[in-house]
Design a protein around this ligand. Structure first.
Ligand SMILES: C[S@@+](CC[C@H](N)C(=O)[O-])C[C@H]1O[C@@H](n2cnc3c(N)ncnc32)[C@H](O)[C@@H]1O
Length: 205
C-alpha cells in the first residue's frame, strides 16, 4: 500500500514536471493572438484596482500603454482620462490593436489610438506622455533595457512609468527591473506584490 502511494506520487510529480516543461517551452513571444482568451483573465496583484493604485489616472492626461493584448487594461484606464484625455496603445501585432479598437468601439470609447510599432523605437515626440504603463509585456520585448530608454524619452519630466510583471518564461524579476530603471533615469516610487507578481511605479527624472 505504502509502495503504491509512493509510486502514484512519483507519477503525479513527473506528470506535473512534464506539463510545466511543455508550458514553459511553448510560451512564445510575442504572445500569440490565437491564445488571446487567456489574456482576459485578471491576474493576482495585477487586477484593475491594483492598476489604479499604481497608475493613478487623472482626467485630461495623455497616457501610453505598451502591449495591450486584448485590451483588458486599456478599456479600464481610457475612460478615466476623460474626453479631453487620450490613451495611445502600441503593439507589435496589428491583430491585437484591431481587437482593442473593436472592443473600444463596442464600448463607445473614442479616446484610444493604436499604433503598430516596436516598443524600442516609437513614432512619438520626446516628452509626449504623462504616463507610460505595461502589464506582462516588458519581458516579451527583446531588448527591455532599450525599451526603458525609449519610455524615458517619450515621457515628460516627472511622468510616471508603471510596470507589471507575472511569473512566466518572459518574466522580469523585480531586482532586474530596478537595475534597468536606475540605469535609464527612473526613480522607484512604490512597488506592490511579490517579485513573481508585482506592479512597480517609477518617476522619470
Ligand atoms: C502577454 S501580452 C500582455 C497583454 C496585456 N497587457 C495583458 O496584461 O493582458 C504581451 C503583449 O505585448 C505585445 N508585444 C510583445 N513584444 C512587443 C514589442 N517589442 N513591442 C510592442 N509590443 C509588443 C504582444 O503583441 C502582446 O500584445
Amino acid at each position: 500500500m505504502k509502495k503504491k502511494t509512493v509510486t502514484l506520487a512519483a507519477g503525479a510529480t513527473a506528470l506535473a514536471a512534464a506539463a510545466g516543461a511543455v508550458w514553459w517551452f511553448t510560451d512564445t513571444a510575442p504572445y500569440p493572438y490565437d491564445k488571446r482568451r487567456l489574456l482576459d483573465l485578471p491576474l493576482p496583484f495585477l487586477r484593475a484596482a491594483d492598476i489604479d493604485r499604481a497608475l493613478d489616472p487623472a482626467d485630461g492626461e495623455r497616457m501610453l500603454e505598451i502591449g495591450p493584448g486584448t485590451g483588458l487594461q486599456s478599456l479600464h484606464v481610457a475612460p478615466q482620462l476623460g474626453c479631453q484625455g487620450r490613451l495611445d496603445i502600441v503593439d507589435i501585432q496589428q491583430k491585437m490593436l484591431d481587437h482593442v479598437q473593436k472592443r473600444a468601439a463596442d464600448a463607445e470609447i473614442s479616446t484610444i489610438h493604436g499604433t503598430r510599432a516596436d516598443a524600442t523605437c516609437m513614432p512619438f515626440d520626446a516628452g509626449t506622455f504623462d504616463a507610460v504603463y505595461l502589464v506582462t509585456t516588458l519581458g516579451e520585448i527583446g531588448a527591455p533595457r532599450e525599451s526603458l530608454t525609449e519610455f524615458h524619452r517619450v515621457l515628460r519630466p516627472g511622468g510616471r512609468l508603471v510596470v507589471g510583471e507575472f511569473f512566466d518564461r518572459h518574466w522580469i524579476p523585480f531586482g532586474r527591473l530596478r537595475s534597468y530603471a536606475d540605469d535609464c533615469g527612473f526613480q522607484l516610487q512604490e512597488r506592490h506584490g511579490p517579485t513573481v507578481a508585482y506592479l512597480a511605479t517609477f518617476v522619470r527624472s
